[in-house]
Ligand binder design. Structure first.
Ligand code: NCD
Ligand code: ZN
Length: 333
């Protein structure tokens, strides 16, 4: 097979920022074969209510975004039940929860889920999605996702109709639990977590462009992520977590977490899925399962991938893209 015609991709987890990185982050979306995104709210300042979400969407369009933008708001200790209904009225589709201090701009994040139960109730009532960065602050980094799984279970038990997404899932334990929890719980999987392990971050050399939260885990965890995608499980779908940081904020003594993978997203996934013998799952993973879980119409616009070498550049604006300097087997025409 030398050509692939697929529906344009959905990216159900992307960081487009709100500063000088934004024009590059926006340009990267269509470059990587994506036509609809869920824009994360951890900008500075954060997107925390419906009006701010709508303003953010407009600013992204002003910066050239020629793709569909679905919006989120950030869930903090200050979020009110009114914020949730107001968000729903403004077309917001998901409410994003961050663990306090674990990742970029998360100092106002959450330490304990129980006090948020009234907010979860409102999210469930409005039929919005609860989008979880599932790690526990203060827990050893390799165990921080697994430590969150009890909270995930607890939320599910108490809110049986709430649709929940465990974002950027990295562990075999999380895959097992999401499968077990049933139809209202799903998970996104990033491009990079299908490909790298902790060895690619700190195994022999420090590779700051492979550092993100949650950190890439063990080979067995990576295998579990690939296996669930290969099995065609409909509650596991693509969210790149593409998170641009300027090169000087990555290549430094105290670097930021985040991998910028959106500019070559579909080229990379075609390459990876083919190498992993699961090219037949690419369309479901990138353009069907996410839309179905979010109850959106499926994308109809097509992209055209061809088997031609595609070398990822060293820089993309002020960022270093994932797989920079490497050659992928598929190009977008
Ligand atoms: C993200 C960012 O930089 O905004 N970083 C990351 O490592 N994934 C935030 C996040 O999703 O954790
Ligand atoms: Zn993210």
């Amino acid at each position: 097979m030398n050509e692939l015609r697929l529906p344009i991709a959905d990216d159900m987890h992307i960081h487009l920022r709100n500063d000088e990185r934004t024009e590059h982050a926006v340009r990267a979306v269509r470059a990587g074969g994506t036509g609809r995104v869920l824009a994360m709210p951890n900008t500075v300042p954060a997107v925390s209510n419906g009006a701010e979400a709508e303003n953010y969407r407009r600013r992204l369009q002003d910066q050239g975004a020629d793709f569909e933008i679905l919006t989120t708001i950030k869930l903090t200790g200050r979020t009110t039940v009114e914020d949730i209904s107001d968000a729903a009225a403004n077309g917001v589709v998901a409410v994003k929860q961050y663990p306090m201090g674990v990742t970029t701009n998360s100092d106002d994040g959450v330490t304990d889920v129980r006090p948020l139960f009234p907010i979860y109730e409102a999210i469930q009532d409005k039929d919005l999605i609860l989008s979880l960065h599932g790690e526990v602050p203060g827990v050893f980094v390799m165990d921080a996702e697994t430590a969150f799984l009890d909270s995930l279970h607890d939320i599910c038990r108490n809110f049986p109709k709430l649709r929940i997404i465990l974002e950027h899932t990295t562990t075999a334990a999380a895959v097992d639990l999401v499968k077990e929890l049933g139809d209202h719980v799903a998970a996104t999987i990033t491009d990079h977590h299908l490909a790298i392990t902790l060895d690619d971050v700190v195994g022999s050399k420090i590779q700051p462009h492979h550092f993100c939260m949650p950190v890439a885990k063990r080979p067995g965890d990576r295998d579990a992520l690939n296996a669930v995608v290969k099995s065609g499980h409909p509650r596991f779908f693509s969210g790149t977590d593409s998170a641009p940081h300027k090169v000087e904020d990555k290549e430094t003594a105290c670097g930021c977490a985040g991998i910028f993978n959106s500019p070559f997203h579909m080229q990379f996934l075609a390459h990876h899925f083919e190498e992993s013998g699961m090219l037949d799952r690419l369309e479901d993973f990138t353009s069907r399962f996410g839309a179905d879980f979010y109850r959106l119409r499926r994308n109809t616009e097509e992209i055209h991938l061809v088997r031609e070498p595609c070398t990822v550049p060293e820089r993309y604006g002020p960022m270093v893209p994932f797989r920079s300097g490497q050659t992928l087997n598929w190009s977008l025409r």
